[in-house]
Design a protein around this ligand. Structure first.
Ligand SMILES: [Zn+2]
Length: 346
């Protein structure tokens, strides 16, 4: 038992018991970060919607080649943003989408870090050869727990809960065919239909207890799995996945499995690939920031690694698209990459 965890927050004492301490979890990761759930789930450490909006506006003012645009409003009237780096219309274009599910926040933290990097020497010159679109926190209302349904069973403590669904209780990632919700409508009208996008990574979080080859995964990936996807688009998706797999799984702390996904086109990974001919990749990071179902929530000890995993994913893919190395990726690893399995929990 880590005594230090107890000093983190008194208010978190309840949540402390909500996620069971499982020492085998830590050992199983071996060369990875400690993935134990022995911490308080205190959401006040996460970036709020307004902090994100302020950050984006500051970066927009600071970064010459970045342009910030409002693409629409959430159910509760929050402005939804796209951060654009469009140096040359002839460049290949990639879109990063985060937090369609409001309780999957670390992907947004990573995307903001990535945007910051784009304004520094670290990524100098990259945006000359690739266009980048970032839509962070699409489900802004769910992310802030500003919803029209009960939050009493949610695990997290702190000043906010985070929900999968939007304010009306709708799963945005099942709305990509009908596009009824204002958030999905904004995305399709002012991003998907407006730009000539070649690649998209849709960033999510999954449950905390999936494993591959006996080790807990830090995430899982999948290409479009509808039979209606164009074979070339599918191959592009597999190449995108190869870049991500090689960048993340080789780090020592990253360990990826193959996500087991269906063929519904209401899901962006499938629907967007078919409707727009965009090569898509689903990336599910480990563990959610909040949920009603306790085993889905991950202690915050791994936050740094999961944010880093997002940054690694975004940076490796823009570099591979910018220098053209994405085109020569070997996609055969997909044939041997095992599906993740759910580990039995106590
Ligand atoms: Zn999700």
């Amino acid at each position: 038992m880590k005594k230090g965890a107890l000093t983190l927050s008194l208010a978190g004492a309840l949540a402390l018991s909500a996620v069971p301490l499982n020492s085998s979890v830590v050992e199983a990761v071996g060369n990875g970060p400690g993935y134990g759930g022995n911490e308080t789930i205190n959401t006040s450490i996460l970036t709020t919607y307004s902090e994100m909006a302020d950050f984006l506006k500051k970066q927009d003012a600071k970064q010459e080649n970045m342009e910030l645009e409002v693409i629409g409003q959430s159910v509760k009237g929050r402005d939804l943003y796209v951060a654009k780096y469009m140096s040359n219309p002839e460049n290949p274009t990639i879109l990063f989408l985060t937090q369609q599910h409001g309780n999957e926040q670390l992907t947004t933290e990573g995307a903001l870090e990535f945007i910051k990097h784009l304004g520094t020497g670290k990524m100098k010159g990259v945006t000359d050869n690739v266009n980048i679109l970032v839509v962070p926190m699409l489900n802004a209302d769910g992310a802030m727990g500003d919803v029209d349904f009960s939050l009493e069973d949610y695990v997290a403590s702190g000043d906010r809960n985070l929900t999968r669904y939007n304010a009306l209780g709708v799963d945005l990632n099942r709305d990509h065919v009908t596009k009824i919700q204002p958030e999905t409508k904004a995305l399709h009208t002012n991003v998907m239909s407006k730009y000539d996008i070649d690649y998209m990574i849709d960033l999510h979080h999954q449950g905390a207890n999936s494993e591959r080859d006996g080790e807990l995964v830090s995430g899982s990936i999948l290409y479009p799995t509808t039979p209606n996807v164009d074979p070339e688009v599918l191959e592009g998706s597999k190449k995108l996945g190869a870049v991500v797999f090689n960048a993340v799984d080789s780090t020592g702390w990253g360990h990826l499995g193959k996500y087991r996904g269906g063929d519904a086109e209401t899901i962006s990974r499938n629907g967007i690939a078919v409707e727009y001919g965009i090569s898509t990749l689903l990336f599910e990071m480990r563990g959610m920031s909040d949920h009603e179902y306790e085993p889905y929530v991950l202690g915050q000890k791994s936050n740094g690694y999961l944010i880093k995993q997002t940054v690694t994913t975004l940076e490796s893919t823009v570099r591979a698209i910018a220098d053209g190395s994405i085109d020569t990726q070997d996609t055969s690893f997909w044939d041997t990459l095992a599906f993740q399995q759910t580990r039995e929990t106590e």
